[in-house]
Design a protein around this ligand. Structure first.
Ligand code: ATP
Length: 374
């Protein structure tokens, strides 16, 4: 805390030490330090800008190899939840959590809606969703590299493709054939150190996926309950784009611990990403952060960076919304080809620009997961 008090916001003189309350401090065997601080919600954006410099200071401590600072927001008592905008506005009351948030005015990290009665996935410690407002922004690519990256971080990881309209994770993982059925339960496919199930493993690739509301709920239920997921530290769920039936089905069925939102830096994608953040806040699922995909294009011939969709929009949006920014991933031919070839980039080219970007994002998310309530 002494070190944190030396990094101050130039305008206000605020520091993480003066404005935050230390919730937890852990150092793992590799010397990776993770600090969690609760900060006032209205100061979260200004304070998150100090995290990089503060983390660098912490890295100077003896035996600390890397440092991650996680801020959790504190909503003042009496301030209502933000109202959703756009098409998230029609969330039914049943989407609200059955359990009130712990502690007056406090938005806990793991404050998602619990499933009533018996836990649906008793062996799964943490469930996080990967979502995007807009389609085609690289949500599935991110889900695959994040899940495999979390496995590389030492977490026992599962990946559920809930993008029922356009399942693609089986392709991106390079799996072939159908999952086995043992004693009436579907066995996840093992790929690149994780367990995965996608509807794409079960249906003909040429089949059109036409789902109406109740069918979506049924399909998600089956993927959760009729698959033998076993014990997992974390399950990553790839949701369809938008804020629709699949999102509500998932939040009603299992207690989601957090959501990662993917967007390109383009305004039109960011508008939808904002809707995604608002929807998860509405159903009391903490947003673990925003990923900016297709951040810039680096020409393989001359090395010049072109900002095709603009650059930095997701970071600015994250700051404006008071949620963490997880990192930027460039637009690269080897990312596209890794998806098509079925070898996730974090495995096939871990030290490429994209591989390093995703490994860093997985490292940050793993640190956040380790301190989430299960
Ligand atoms: N950073 C990147 N660089 C190059 N290609 C990328 C990048 N990210 C994603 N792609 C490619 O863009 C296409 C769309 O990606 P992906 O399927 O992950 O998006 P999505 O948001 O999940 O799409 P959908 O809305 O269909 O679910 C894929 O061909 C993928 O390989």
């Amino acid at each position: 805390m002494d070190l944190l008090s030396t990094v101050k916001a130039p305008q206000t003189g605020l520091s993480l030490a003066s404005a935050g309350r230390l919730e937890s401090c852990t150092v793992d065997d590799g010397g990776r330090l993770t600090l969690t601080l609760t900060v006032p919600r209205e100061q979260a954006s200004a304070l998150s800008a100090l995290c990089d410099d503060a983390a660098k200071k912490l890295q100077t401590l003896p035996n600390v190899t890397s440092a991650t600072i996680i801020l959790t927001a504190h909503r003042p008592a009496g301030v209502p939840d933000p109202q959703p905008g756009g098409h998230a506005g029609s969330l039914p009351p049943s989407a609200a959590p059955a359990r009130p948030a712990a502690g007056a005015g406090h938005r806990p990290l793991g404050g998602a809606a619990p499933a009533p009665g018996t836990p649906v996935l008793p062996g799964v410690k943490t469930i996080i969703a990967v979502a995007s407002g807009k389609g085609g922004v690289g949500k599935s690519t991110t889900a695959v590299n994040l899940a495999v990256g979390l496995g590389m971080e030492g977490l026992k990881t599962g990946l559920l493709d809930a993008d029922i309209h356009g399942p693609s994770l089986h392709r991106m993982l390079g799996t072939t054939g159908k999952p086995d059925v043992v004693e009436g339960r579907l066995q996840p496919v093992q790929a690149w150190g994780i367990r995965a199930v996608s509807l794409g493993m079960l249906v003909d690739e040429k089949a059109a996926m036409i789902w109406r509301g109740p069918m979506v709920m049924g399909a998600i239920n089956q993927l959760l309950t009729e698959v033998d997921w076993g014990d997992l530290d974390v399950m990553v769920v790839d949701l369809p784009p938008g804020t629709g039936d699949a999102h509500l089905s998932l939040t009603q069925k299992v207690p989601l611990s957090g959501a990662v939102i993917v967007s390109t830096p383009q305004d039109i994608a960011l508008i939808d990403a904002r809707r995604g953040v608002t929807m998860f806040e509405k159903v009391k699922v903490p947003v673990l952060g925003l990923v900016e995909n297709m951040s810039y294009f680096c020409c393989p011939n001359c090395g010049h960076n072109t900002e095709l969709f603009g650059h930095g929009g997701a970071r600015r949006e994250a700051e404006a919304m008071g949620v963490p920014f997880l990192g930027e991933v460039p637009l690269l031919a080897d990312i596209r080809s890794s998806g098509d070839s079925g070898v996730p980039l974090v495995i096939g080219a871990p030290n490429s620009e994209g591989g390093k970007a995703w490994r860093a994002i997985a490292h940050t998310v793993a640190a956040a997961i380790r301190v989430l309530p299960h």
